[in-house]
Design a protein around this ligand. Structure first.
Ligand code: V47
Length: 366
């Protein structure tokens, strides 16, 4: 059944919508895995990347109520929190001393806070940069960028340019969910549209900011809607070449409005593999170990993934929704996971440049 698709992959031809749907529908998971692994090797050899990073979620207070989200709270609700910039710096400093050698990236995303002005985010970024000049700041999803534009009255390009000037290095791929309008209306009707998400990313790439892209799968969507999502990303990447990695995000069903079940391991592996094969213009496919779990992430390295993300330290978004993984791992544990999957571990920075572990120095401005 996969013979035609196999020939296309082996001869380097681009897969169509129909090919991609067939790949999702197949029961021949081993052929699918082999093909994706072939495509991954062509791009990244036997390497599997990881990063020493830390996640900071400055607040869970959010004006939106996405039905899959178990992290957000309303102002004044039990469990709602907000961090001052001093608290963020303090947490980063504490982690910097704890990790030997220190992390190279801070990943910052949070709720759409009803009261914080855009200037608060600018100050947050510039103070982090001042204290930690060598650490890459990967911050704010396209949804947050759109929100900053609406609360400040500034255009998207101006928002991105100011953030970059204050120290923003790259952007994460969150908020993409599923672009299809029908699914989006069921999941997150208040959220920036799929077209809006793509427009923000296009503007970011044009402003010289590299970003990632994600897709939240395993809730109410069908294969056709997943493939449509992938094709829209591929189309934009053809134009901008600004995406670095694609990360399929496995839906977690606890403590939210839609409930349901965890995705199956087979579906997780299929989604990684199809993403690798369809997104022929993306350099990296990430198996996010927080969502897939440590063991399945290892297997995903044999199904087309070449990156497992990083140390994370204190993951909150997925753990609010019932993640079964740890909240963080040490670099040693990540290296071990990768080696045991038969891959060569490469510690990277936010731009996929290889880091030499021994030459890293403390990079905190005292
Ligand atoms: O945008 C929210 C998703 C995303 C649930 O760019 C959920 O390197 C599963 O985007 N079940 C945030 N997923 C995480 C994210 C991310 C993570 C790691 C690396 C990168 C990167 C980006 O988490 C949200 C949303 O799509 N999410 N709730 C849930 N119940």
């Amino acid at each position: 059944m996969l013979a035609k698709t196999k020939n296309k992959v082996l001869s380097g031809k681009r897969l169509s919508k129909e090919d991609a749907i067939k790949l999702f529908e197949t029961d021949d998971i081993f052929t699918l895995g082999k093909l994706a692994s072939y495509a991954a090797r062509k791009k990244n050899g036997n390497k599997a990347y990881f990063i020493k990073n830390i996640h900071i979620n400055p607040t869970n207070i959010c004006v939106n109520r996405c039905k899959f989200c178990a992290f957000s709270r309303s102002k004044g609700e039990e469990g709602a929190y907000e961090m001052t910039i001093d608290e963020i710096i303090h947490k980063l400093r504490a982690m910097s001393y704890e990790l030997q050698p220190p992390y190279s990236e801070v990943h910052i995303v949070g709720g759409l806070h009803p009261d914080w002005p855009f200037e608060y985010y600018l100050e947050m970024i510039s103070r982090i940069k001042k204290y930690f000049p060598k650490i890459c700041i990967k911050a704010f999803t396209a949804t947050e960028i759109d929100y900053f534009s609406r609360i400040s009255g500034k255009g998207i390009v101006e928002i991105l340019t100011e953030l970059k000037r204050h120290g923003l290095d790259t952007m994460p791929g969150g908020g993409a969910e599923i672009f299809d309008i029908g699914v989006r209306n069921q999941l997150c009707p208040e959220k920036l549209s799929g077209e809006g998400w793509l427009a923000v990313m296009k503007a970011a790439h044009k402003a010289g900011i590299k970003t990632n892209a994600t897709m939240l799968y395993g809730h109410v969507e069908n294969y056709g809607q997943r493939v449509d999502h992938l094709l829209r990303l591929r189309e934009l990447q053809d134009k901008t070449k600004g995406f670095q990695a694609f990360i399929p995000l496995a839906y977690h069903p606890k403590n939210n409005e839609i409930g349901g079940t965890y995705s199956s391991g087979i579906d997780d592996l299929k989604t990684i593999a199809v993403s690798r094969l369809v997104l022929d213009n993306f350099s990296h496919i990430k198996a996010y170990w927080i969502m897939l779990g440590e063991k399945l992430s290892q297997v995903a390295l044999l199904f087309g993934a070449d990156d497992i993300d990083g140390t994370i330290i204190d993951e909150k978004v997925t753990h609010s929704a019932g993640a079964l993984s740890s909240k963080g791992l040490t670099a040693g544990e990540l290296i071990n996971m990768i080696k045991k999957a038969g891959k060569v571990p490469v510690e990277r920075d936010s731009f996929y440049r290889k880091l030499k572990v021994k030459s890293q120095k403390r990079d905190v401005n005292e």
